[in-house]
Design a protein. Structure first.
Length: 392
């Protein structure tokens, strides 16, 4: 009973903060409408490992939570993709909106720019906007923003905070939205940076705008240069699906990237979309010290820094998640299990790395973050035991 109660509390905490919380606030539903069935297809399994128990757990969750389906990719540092599967009505090639599971992708863009000495994530952002934007947030740093420590209003504080509302609109440009957030009359709502964990919100849109300004390139160009070209992630893109959506997973996307809303103001913290196979390539890059095959995406030190518990190191901060109390740059950090980091989105997309065991997973669903967190809690022990037993 005590164990069950502890898991329940963990799930509640994760559901509150791990997803992109705007939609949760205005009434997100727990499952997607069933799609047309697709012919069953065999999973990709080049490892010889037996994923029966894992697959059974995923299928049980689909049935219990009324989901139409799911897709999963599991990768190993040394052997690459070891499992790629579609479940229920979903093909393994289906594309999904990521919501907050976009965060590590967005951070990667900024870390690559840092490796190229185009930005310094520890420098005041006033360095990049000069005097043209004024001094409202000139002293904040990108590292503070990407660790949710900038002191700006976050999603838990007020997801509908009016001065930052451009972050949800697909009209306009990212640079213009970043300027509006930078110049917002919000001084009475700010707290000193690196004193409090305030998850999500306008700080991420501001960081993305700084990336565009410093590089002279659009976010779409930066995504292509960071991931699509060196890693072959042709299905990866960004949109801004939040305006006008009030209930759950946007059904209009329907598993097809062609249905993504075109925009020059993508949601930096929650606008990514991709297939499981392509997300797996990015997880492998993180496990392999920043390398996609023979192409270097970012330095090994940048990969490592993303996974370090910045809020713990800088100000002894904690998140409001029972299971993931630390936070790096885009990654939630499991302080109880060194080497484990995760990124969970509002719609249930759930990615994690276990760097000590050398594997990574992405589970994609059209549900919510509670379901995603539950899948993480129930499937990770299965995979841990499997990989430990196989000594991979």
């Amino acid at each position: 009973m005590k164990t069950s109660m502890r898991i329940d509390r963990t799930l509640v905490a994760l559901a509150r903060v791990a997803g992109f919380l705007l939609l949760a606030t205005v009434g997100a539903c727990s499952s997607a409408s069933p799609s047309e069935p697709v012919p069953p297809e065999p999973p990709v399994n080049a490892s010889g490992l037996d994923f029966t128990a894992f697959d059974s757990t995923v299928n049980a969750a689909i049935a219990a939570d009324g989901l139409a389906g799911a897709t999963v990719v599991i990768v190993r540092k040394d052997s690459g993709v070891v499992h790629l599967a579609g479940y229920g009505a979903f093909s393994k090639n289906r594309a999904f909106l990521l919501a907050s599971a976009s965060k590590i992708l967005s951070v990667g863009v900024l870390m690559r720019l840092a490796d190229q000495h185009i930005i310094d994530i520890d420098a005041p952002v006033g360095t990049y906007v000069g005097t043209a934007w004024g001094n409202e947030k000139a002293s904040l740093t990108i590292a503070q923003m990407l660790s949710n420590g900038s002191g700006m209003v976050g999603l838990v504080d007020d997801p509908l905070y009016l001065p930052y509302m451009c972050q949800y609109r697909h009209v306009g440009t990212l640079a213009a939205c970043a300027q509006k957030i930078y110049q917002a009359a919000d001084s009475d709502q700010l707290v000193p940076p690196d004193t409090q964990f305030r998850y999500g919100g306008g700080q991420w849109q501001l960081a993305g705008g700084i990336a565009e300004i410093a590089s002279g390139k659009s976010w779409a160009e930066l995504i292509r240069e960071t991931y699509v070209d060196p890693c072959g992630t042709a299905t990866l893109g960004y949109t801004n699906q939040f305006a006008g959506v009030t209930r759950g997973y946007p059904s209009s996307f329907n598993g097809d990237a062609a249905n993504a809303i075109p925009t020059d103001n993508p949601s930096i913290e929650g606008g990514g979309y991709i297939t499981a196979a392509d997300y797996g390539k990015i997880l492998l890059m993180h496990l392999r010290g920043g390398m996609c095959g023979t192409n270097r995406v970012m330095s090994d030190s940048s990969v490592a820094r993303m996974q370090q518990d910045r809020i713990g190191q800088v100000y002894n901060g904690v998140t409001n998640s029972a299971a993931l109390q630390g936070y790096g740059l885009g990654w939630w950090v499991d302080r109880a299990h060194p080497g484990v980091v995760a990124d969970i989105g509002l719609y249930g997309a759930t990615a994690w790395l276990d760097t000590n065991r050398g594997y990574g997973v992405m589970i994609l669903i059209e549900g919510n973050s509670t379901i995603g967190a539950n899948l993480w809690l129930t499937t990770k022990p299965i995979l841990d035991a499997m990989f430990d037993a196989a000594h991979l």
